[in-house]
Design a protein around this ligand. Structure first.
Ligand code: HEM
Length: 522
């Protein structure tokens, strides 16, 4: 079961929220299925199709006999190979790098990109698993190329773990979006005059390149296809024709006849493709959008010594009634247990809808702001949410898989006091002082650096002990501080940090805090 907080929360957020508050920005490149990369500036190209092709090329290094290779981001080291020709690879890797970080490997980001892109294209809903580990070097050069013969392709797909029927399926499912570009494949695409709306000379594989339908198959079977890898003037590079006919068109005929089963087959094959990873990698269970999830929920110590709880509760639903619901009518109640695990009728806060324009590809999503002050003498340990679409309906109790949403009031960082100078980063942490001795207190700060040979980033850790620097506005908390040289500015990817301390023999960690943004003395 997926319990919050979770090391894959960032990926779950990106999966669940496509627009508005809480979005990761990944959907910006695929605002429509046909959208071009770089916010639409690279006209004639299609991000959704490029991401699918990139993922396949990355996965194609898998070898079922050795268990090595697979979806591991090694493509970043392989983009100079002829088999990976085209700027799609580097354009995609530049974009994916912006989502990389301690808890989101580039290979997980690539898998997620395909899940989101296919859904945006009206394609299958592909279950998403996380946990991929990025390669640190190139894999073998085992990506199929159009001039190779059928026997070669059959062997290549078999090595990747796919039989003939599955090879036909993967190629048809892959080539139902996007197309082939004259600039990269001049042997297959006839020369055309330069067109500013199509500078790379793309010719689509089927007439509905921006809709995930079975037209790749219907056009092939009824003889109307203009797929230049099937009916191109250069027979040598007509690999789609050889592959589609590899079983006498049995599979392609079935696809052409039944659009629903085409979708289903594609969903299953893409799922297997994304989950083809080196055998040493253990993927998580399927991650579905959580119905209720805290977002940026954090404690701070206020100037008057009280505890301030702020952030959001996110509610997600696929219930039919959710599609027309007005969040203002929703009932959302927060309740908590105090530091010692006790309940009290005053430990509650009623949340109101507030402004949130969030959207999800998978259902309804809305964020409810939290702001409440607590007495540190009682504190809090666990949060619960009871909610309903309207006041008439019975409340649904959200308890995070049983134990509630844990929030520790023992060790937490103080946003308002943490800051950057030109040269240093200072992180200030409040630690409760009535629970016994404090030891092993530290900050782990994660940021990303470039790697030789790939656009993908590598995450590095700055480990800094926390030392007690004084008392706080509350008699129950002492202030601890870590100061370390400020990591390079203009960082790529996602920076985050965890704070940890052993207090009275128990280890408390607050994870995945966002990078420090405040300037010191501002
Ligand atoms: C024998 C196997 C395959 C060969 C020879 C092949 C070849 C090609 C070629 C030559 C292109 C044109 C690329 C460009 O001009 O940018 C292309 C595009 C594409 N391929 Fe394949 N492919 C194969 C299998 C697959 C598979 C299995 C998938 C996905 C599951 C896939 C997904 C795509 C996509 C989405 C595009 C469109 C990219 C775009 O529009 O930018 N291909 N393929």
């Amino acid at each position: 079961h997926y319990i919050w907080p979770n090391k894959h929360d960032i990926l779950e957020d990106s999966l669940t929220v496509s627009g508005g508050l809480g979005q990761s920005g990944m959907m910006a490149e695929i605002a429509t299925c046909g959208a071009a990369p770089f916010g639409g500036r690279l006209v004639g190209r299609q991000s959704a199709a490029e991401w699918l092709r990139v993922a396949y090329h990355d996965m194609a290094t898998h070898d079922v006999h050795t268990g090595l290779g697979g979806l591991d981001g090694s493509i970043g080291f392989e983009t100079d190979r002829p088999q990976n020709i085209g700027s799609a690879m580097n354009t995609s890797m530049v974009f994916f790098a912006t989502f990389q970080g301690k808890t989101s490997s580039v290979s997980d980001v690539m898998a997620l990109s395909v899940v989101l892109a296919m859904k945006q294209c009206n394609g299958p809903s592909i279950p998403f698993r996380a946990g991929r580990i990025d390669a640190t070097a190139a894999g073998p050069d085992t990506v199929p190329e159009p001039q190779q013969d059928l026997a070669t392709h059959t062997t290549m797909f078999a090595n990747q773990g796919f039989n003939v029927e599955e090879m036909i399926g993967l190629v048809a499912c892959g080539h139902t979006v996007g197309g082939i570009h004259e600039v990269d494949f001049p042997d297959s695409v006839p020369a055309t005059p330069f067109d500013p709306n199509n500078p790379e000379g793309v010719v689509h594989f089927d007439q509905t390149f921006d809709d995930f339908d079975n037209h790749i198959a219907t056009e092939w079977i009824d003889g109307t296809t203009n797929n230049l890898l099937a009916v191109g003037h250069n027979a040598t590079t007509n690999s789609d024709a050889r592959i589609f006919a590899a079983d006498n068109n049995v599979t392609m005929k079935a696809f052409a006849k039944d659009a629903t089963s085409f979708q289903k087959t594609c969903g299953n094959l893409f799922e297997r493709m994304l989950n083809t990873v080196p055998k040493s990698v253990q993927l998580t269970d399927v991650i579905d959008p959580l119905p209720v999830k805290p977002y940026q929920l954090a404690l701070n110590l206020a100037d008057d010594g009280s505890l301030e709880l702020s952030g959001y509760i996110r509610i997600f639903s696929t219930a039919p009634e959710a599609m027309n619901v007005d969040p203002e009518n929703m009932v959302v109640n927060l309740s908590w247990k105090d530091h010692n695990g006790n309940r009290n009728s005053t430990y509650t806060s009623t949340l109101t809808a507030g402004w949130s324009n969030s959207t999800s590809l998978w259902g309804f999503v809305h964020f409810f702001p939290v702001y409440t002050k607590l007495d540190p003498n009682f504190g809090l340990s666990t949060i619960f949410v009871d909610w309903a679409f309207n006041a008439q309906e019975a409340l649904t109790h959200a308890d995070n898989g049983g134990a509630g949403f844990p929030l520790n009031d023992v060790v937490f960082y103080q946003d308002s006091a943490s800051c950057n100078t030109l040269t240093n980063t200072t992180i200030v942490v409040n630690i409760r002082n009535n629970l016994g001795p404090v030891s092993d207190a530290f900050v782990d700060y994660y940021y990303n650096v470039n790697q030789q040979g790939t656009i993908a980033l590598k995450t590095v850790t700055v480990h800094t002990p926390l030392t007690r620097t004084g008392s706080s506005a509350s008699a129950l908390y002492d202030v601890y501080t870590a100061v370390f040289p400020r990591p390079p500015r203009n960082q790529q990817g996602r920076t985050s940090f965890d704070v940890t301390a052993n207090v009275g023999g128990k280890v408390y960690t607050q994870v995945a805090n966002l990078a420090i943004q405040n300037g010191c003395g501002l």
